[in-house]
Structure formats: structure tokens, C-alpha cells
Write a protein of this length. Structure first.
Length: 64
């Protein structure tokens, strides 16, 4: 998810920071939403915000 998507969902970057329990300056430093915060936002938004595919868990490979 992009920072812009997350801010749009929360209303403002300050409101986003408040919902995550972090400082507004932390949000302002993001170029993109960090992995842990993406999962937190996914839960807070009830799935309206989607975690980037690169962070999704991979199924373990089966031994041959």
C-alpha cells in the first residue's frame, strides 16, 4: 500500500499516526508504508487497505 492510500483512508497523516499510535513525524519520513504498519493498517481498515504482495507470507515448499 502506498502512503497516499493510507493517508486517504485515515483522513490526514496526523490522523493516520494517531490510529497507529506513532508520531506524525514517523509517518512523514515514510517513502512507503513499512511492512509492520501495512499489516496493522490492513487489520484496522478491515481489509480496505491491502498489504503489498512482496510482504505476503509464502507457502512453505514441500520436500521432494
Amino acid at each position: 500500500m502506498t502512503k497516499e492510500e493510507a493517508v486517504k483512508w485515515a483522513g490526514t497523516s496526523g490522523m493516520l499516526a494517531e490510529r497507529l499510535g506513532i508520531s506524525p513525524s514517523a509517518v512523514s519520513q515514510w517513502e512507503r508504508v513499512p511492512e509492520l504498519q501495512q499489516y496493522r493498517l490492513w487489520r484496522l481498515s478491515a481489509g480496505a487497505l491491502v498489504v503489498d504482495a512482496e510482504f505476503e507470507p509464502k507457502a512453505p515448499e514441500k520436500a521432494a
